[in-house]
Write a protein that binds this ligand. Sequence first.
Ligand code: 8ID
Ligand code: ZN
Length: 356
Amino acid sequence: MSQEQIPKTQLAAVSDDASGFEIREIPVVQANELEPGRALVKVLYSGVCHTDLHVIKDDWPVKAERPCIAGHEGAGIIVAINDPISKLKVGDKVGVKWIAHSCNQCEFCIAGDEPLCLEAKCSGINAQGSFMQYCPAYTSQLTPIPDNLDMAEAAPILCAGVTVYKALKNSRARAGQWIAIPGAGGGLGSLAVQYAKWMGLKVIAIDSGAEKKKYCEEIGAAAWVDFKESKDIVAAVKAATPDGLGPHAAIITSPQPEAYLIAMEYIRPRGTVVAVGLPPAGAYVKADVFFTVLNNKTLTSSYVGNRQDAIESLQIAADGHVKCRIQTVPFKALEKVYTQMAEGSLVGRAVLDLFA
Ligand code: 8ID
Ligand code: ZN
């Protein structure tokens, strides 16, 4: 069943409670112990998403089943499989995503809305995620990774990439139009800038600090607004469009609630705000009812993507149209990555090398 020696133990980042996590040795599920419908994935790289930090801090109304192992941008190789129906096989390069499992038979799955499946399992919540060297993953949501895409570069696409790619589709913005991206210097946001540009959109990047400004301009943002320095963000975002009416859409990728209080104001009439960032419980979107109606504005949301979105977003990266700025660090640097993420000093994505 297995072509390579599978060790008995491995390192995993295990969280016992909301105080944090510990990287410790745990058993590896052996090939003959794999449940039906599972593959053992040797995780080579895993991106660190702000979601992982929300999960281990118990930020959200949905809590992890503990002990939990977070991580959902895992790029690895199948080393064993127990699934006679799946076309996947040992040696395949695959991605472990946020949606770890879906039934693929319910109304939502059949319509391509697998993230809404009532039986969905999520990495770190009720399925083991990619912050482990050998992940016993469900085959139902494993995503093939194109051969010509570097595995470390593929990792951030598995959540950040697919999520913003889908959100851009849901924004209804068309080539030539303007889009605002709060959170543009972060993992999701910096990929959103690039997918948006590839789709022919003009981007107003909203984030803070000279390094993020420089990076957003390098990857093609047409305008920049610093949310910490700007006295009037709404006016600055509107002024960035040639007619002063504001962008046609906004994709909110900020993990903090403030960005949700102003976006419905700065989009132009008939514009769309797409909620993506997931601030801690108790965050609200602010929208003036009268002007939302008179100006026909839309508030919508976007939650990761389906299997096809994942395949498409990876292919766009493999074709060289988007490239996440990654900082590859050893597994033991996870704590430091979380600290940098919490203080907002990370540009692009940190990617863990699970075996370094
Ligand atoms: O399916 C989904 N909807 C989905 C999928 C994946 C991730 C949602 N998320 C959520 C995460 O849970 C998190 O809440 O998206 C959010 C962003 O994740 P991320 O991109 O992984 O976070 P990051 O790399 O830390 O980047 C966040 C950026 O936001 C900026 C920060 O400076 C940082 O660059 N930011 C903040 I904090 N407040 C801001 C504000 N008010 C802001 N940018 C603009 N305006
Ligand atoms: Zn994520």
